[in-house]
Design a protein around this ligand. Sequence first.
Ligand SMILES: NC(=O)c1ccc[n+]([C@@H]2O[C@H](COP(=O)([O-])OP(=O)(O)OC[C@H]3O[C@@H](n4cnc5c(N)ncnc54)[C@H](O)[C@@H]3O)[C@@H](O)[C@H]2O)c1
Length: 420
Amino acid sequence: MTIRLAVAGGNRGARFDQVLGGLEEQIELVSVCDPSEQIRSEWTNGRPELKAFEQFEDLVEDPGIDAVFIATPMLLHAGQALTALNAGKHVLSEVIAAATLDECHALVETVEKTGMTYMMAENYCYRREAMMVKNMADQNVFGDLTYAEGAYIHDCRDLMFNADLTRTWRANGSVAGTQGGFGSTQSSRGNGYPTHSLGPIAQWLGINRGDRLARTTTFVTKSAARQEWARSVLPEGHFDRKDAAWADFTDSATTLIETEQGRVICLRKDSASPRPHNMALHSLQGTNGAYLSGRFDGEGPLVWLDGVSEGVSPANLGYRDKARPAGVANSTRAAWQTLWDLSDRYEHPYWKQFGDEAIQAGHGGGDYFVMYDFARAVAGEIEPPIDVYDAVTWSSIFPISIENVKRNGEPLDVPDFRNR
Ligand SMILES: NC(=O)c1ccc[n+]([C@@H]2O[C@H](COP(=O)([O-])OP(=O)(O)OC[C@H]3O[C@@H](n4cnc5c(N)ncnc54)[C@H](O)[C@@H]3O)[C@@H](O)[C@H]2O)c1
């Protein structure tokens, strides 16, 4: 079965052009939708067979399309997904899937009602190390999981202004206070982009598959780096040079989540602080060992596993009279080893089979596997690995975090979208 796919939002969508080139048997790109004439013509140049739509509503009425990949500005995702599902199209949605709890509920109801396939394109779940750690967690290698951390730290201040010095959607204030644009989740006083950090963790912990996000809180810093940068690039007299222009923003947000099974997740999201990227910073703790991602690009991920890696924990070296498992009396302290030492045993089958194609398609391989699994889900071979319940559970941290901040950090329940 070849799925006839349309891409809405021609910028991020273009990153998938290379991916689609490697999945020709599964997916045929048939149309693109973007209000920008320039972007449409960049897509159709040299491809006369590709249809180009200016309006999303016209795109979804085309009977020649089976599925839509929604890669538009963030606050459009849920509304466009609902329109597409109701028009009988399968949906692959960029992150985050929804920006309000009402949108979260509407997405669940509409997917259940229409029976169409819906998947969120959380590509960080498909990075090589994330999939390998999931494989290990599924096999109980880390023991009983208790704690996880994730961070998405990406200085996006250069994406805040258009060439004419108006704000882009990324800097357009909170959901309610848009400045003539769509509004942005990335810049409001909350955790506006939780899914890159939360997605892999939720899969490791089996969230919505045995455990559940129960309650959460978020604290945010003041906004400081945004206005410093705005003052360095904007002309004298421009409104956005003032501190007041950024009063509704934050540089850094920290979210804590408690799960039903008594685990704790800590997330950081920062899209304003000046520093090198840290886009997939993760750690995982279990009763049998721990995982630690590289701290920066180029540094490899680490694990320590009891009985597999070097040494013992606790070290207990100075107390030889204390009980110690037989055979480890002269052991050394626990020492990290590289995760890739264990690839022969735990590499995810996808990466074993398609790792080279995935890497060539860019973005750490994640985009390739997102599209591959979406095609498999539409074809009925698998359930969507990031289904509508996962999509709205992970995305709901955004609207809840805004409410947490308004209530000075009061923890709030995360809705159980599966059992409403
Ligand atoms: N998963 C990832 O790693 C990743 C990476 C980058 C961006 N994204 C997500 O992709 C989305 C788009 O990001 P971007 O960087 O391309 O943003 P962008 O602002 O650069 O581009 C958005 C595009 O959408 C078009 N658009 C606006 N309204 C539209 C509509 N109604 N219908 C169709 N197209 C419309 C715009 O003309 C523009 O071409 C965002 O949600 C972003 O968070 C995800």
